[in-house]
Write a protein that binds this ligand. Sequence first.
Ligand code: ZN
Length: 214
Amino acid sequence: MLLQEQRELVVEYGKKLVTTGLTDGTFGNLSVFDRESGLMAISPSGMDYFATTPEDVVVADLEGRVVEGTRKPSSELDLHRLFYQRRQDVNGVVHTHSTFATVLSCLRWSIEPVHYLVAYAGRRVPCIPYYPFGSLELAEAAWEGMKEAYNACLLGNHGLLAVGGSLSFAFDAAQQLEFLAKVYYYTRQAGGGVNLTPEELEAVLGKFQSYRQA
Ligand SMILES: [Zn+2]
């Protein structure tokens, strides 16, 4: 079986999506990229995370063709594939419909740097317009909204996308950015927060760089 180790990671982190409250039911999806073979292991479409086994995880190439697996890959395959294709530093992608990130995406609010954890995404968390789920337009718009500058964005009227050098980083980002979305929502409800200054933000980003490499 191809990408055994990566398939196991997809199963493990899929369950974590549910146990940490980042997703309900079968929503959301995640993948790991193996740069050596040029193949990705991605969660199957519409399957319960606790019923998913490594055999159910689908292996696909960067053109989106299924290389191994009997299940249908996640409908957001393009959303994952584009980042692996265009960014050398991305080897893990997580997409969730976590509550506060989704609320902000429906309000079309980008998250401003009111809390230092914004560094998981970059200098802010941009929100892109709405595009139908599973479409190449959505994947291209997410790419346009993030490119090399961001590790996450809010997908308008939909949810959150987070990428990272590993699945574990992308997962941590999704989790911390859900907390940030909640903080940002309440901060704005209370009349608006105080943004970090550009200097304060740069200092955090510098610290994050070394923390991520550690
Ligand atoms: Zn979705």
